[in-house]
Write a protein that binds this ligand. Structure first.
Ligand code: LGS
Length: 456
């Protein structure tokens, strides 16, 4: 570890500092201007699926307040903004007819970002598949690779002149584990047989969208994965094997086929008879040259052998650990370990931290102080971000090619099935008035950006 008080913490020149969001979590107005329903609109409107029945019908009303939100980004000094496009605004039926009004929304947003000197990072898929495609089997239907490439092509043709950084999928592990294995996320299936098929088809869709990009696009495209490093609870052989299973399932299941063209052998052990044989042609599709990997990092897990479905592992809570509001351990060293692991296993590929952040209880917005500014004091979030940004610097010093950092999230927003109960924003959102108030962490982040990481 470097000495945080004296080390030269300047980040590489051109390091991109920004913030991230996703369509369903902030936009609201899901059916506006000719959009079709997405699986998340449908899921959230199904009784019992989200905390308090919360939906994305209003969220942060960003669909109408996008201009004001870009102004806020500019005020905060952001250099980049990672957002996602809602597929069903563009193709209401999922394929075929393009809804120009939906496309116009993102086109205006991109123009406004560029006019303010903010670089857009566009994610094609952050979990909100058109419901019409789920009706045709969703990610379980092998045709999804063609559907996704078609949607990608529409977006590349419309925006590649202005958007230079593209992401195919956000976190295929979460899509599958939440959507097809445990059912807490849309479309809410619970099947050990479906999960490997959904995963595999997501990766085929990723490969097809990258191929389509090479035919149309001139810039960069990558994949975003969540990585959670696994550490053994004891030095027993059983716990070591449990770590290998957990690590293969969560961290290697997607990067291995994308970058190495194969799956780790532990997946067969985990899924047993539910693990199919895959044709070699599928791996040829999945393994495309990528320009970067996006890493979403939140926490680690200390893992032990245990009876659980389907991994037979358990997570050991750390008595001396610090935990966030979502119950995740704060463990910055895990981010350094994660980034060096990616480099060691997959080679010297450029990486972005495409998400990192924490939900903590925030006190109410304080009355304006003498300067007239309203404040939200969020020292725990600031501390979390500070330590994780330092951990990235450690990884850079260890030789990792890290190109940028996107805090999760710009705004407090809809945390999927947890509804509005968890606040991840560096900017507070009052959902009754839609007032935005930068928290202390945002003010601090502005200085980090202005000093290229020196002012941590
Ligand atoms: O809002 C989501 C954030 C919040 O935390 C975002 O849309 C997702 O891309 C991303 O998955 N997000 C996220 N992930 C943290 C997952 C940690 C799971 C830890 C489970 C430990 C028991």
């Amino acid at each position: 570890m470097t000495d945080r008080t004296t080390a030269d913490r300047t980040f590489p020149q051109g390091f991109l500092w920004g913030a991230a969001t996703a369509a369903h979590q902030i936009e609201g107005s899901p059916m506006a201007d000719g959009a079709g329903p997405s699986i998340w609109t449908r899921f959230a409107h199904t009784p019992g699926m989200t905390l308090n029945g919360d939906t994305g019908d209003v969220a942060c009303d960003h669909y109408r307040r996008w201009k004001e939100d870009v102004r806020l980004m500019k005020e905060l000094g952001l250099q980049a903004y990672r957002f996602s496009v809602s597929w069903s605004r563009i193709l209401p039926e999922g394929t075929g007819r393009v809804n120009q009004a939906g496309l116009d929304f993102y086109s205006r947003l991109v123009d406004e970002l560029l006019a303010n000197g903010i670089e857009p990072l566009l994610t094609l898929y952050h979990w909100d598949m058109p419901a019409a495609l789920d009706d045709r089997g969703g990610w379980l239907n092998r045709d999804c690779a063609d559907w996704f490439a078609e949607y990608g092509q529409v977006m590349y043709r419309a925006l590649d002149g202005r958007v230079k950084k593209w992401v195919t999928l956000n976190e295929p592990w979460v899509i599958t584990d939440g959507g097809y294995l445990h059912g807490a996320l849309a479309p809410g299936h619970r099947s050990r047989f479906e999960a490997p098929i959904a995963s595999h088809n997501l990766m085929r869709a990723h490969g097809a969208a990258v191929q389509a990009y090479r035919a149309e696009g001139k810039h960069e495209i990558g994949l975003v994965v969540n990585i959670e490093p696994k550490y053994a609870a004891t030095d027993s052989a059983q716990d070591a094997a449990a770590v290998k299973r957990a690590h293969a399932y969560m961290n290697e299941q997607y990067l291995d086929p994308a970058l190495l063209g194969s799956y780790p052998p532990e997946l067969r052990e985990i899924f047993g008879e539910a693990w199919p044989e895959w044709p070699q042609a599928d791996f040829d599709l999945i393994k495309q040259k990528l320009d970067f990997i996006g890493v979403n990092y939140y926490t680690r897990s200390v893992t032990k052998d245990a009876v659980s479905y389907p991994l037979n592992t358990g997570v050991v809570r750390q008595p001396s650990g610090t935990y966030t509001e979502t119950g995740w351990e704060v463990f910055p060293q895990g981010l350094t370990d994660t980034l060096t692991w990616v480099k060691d296993r997959y080679g010297d590929i450029p990486m972005y931290i495409t998400e990192n952040g924490a939900a903590f209880f925030d006190p109410p917005v304080a009355e304006p102080d003498v300067s007239g500014a309203r404040r939200v004091r969020d020292p725990l979030r600031m501390d979390y971000l500070q330590k994780h940004i330092s951990a990235i610097h450690d990884a850079i010093q260890a030789g990792c090619d890290i190109r940028g950092y996107m805090v999760w999230s710009l705004l407090d927003n809809l945390e999927w099935s947890l509804g509005y109960s968890k606040r991840f924003g560096v900017v507070h959102v009052n959902y009754a008035t839609q007032d935005r108030t930068p928290k202390d962490s945002a003010r601090w982040y502005t200085k980090v950006i202005a000093s290229n990481g020196k002012h941590l």
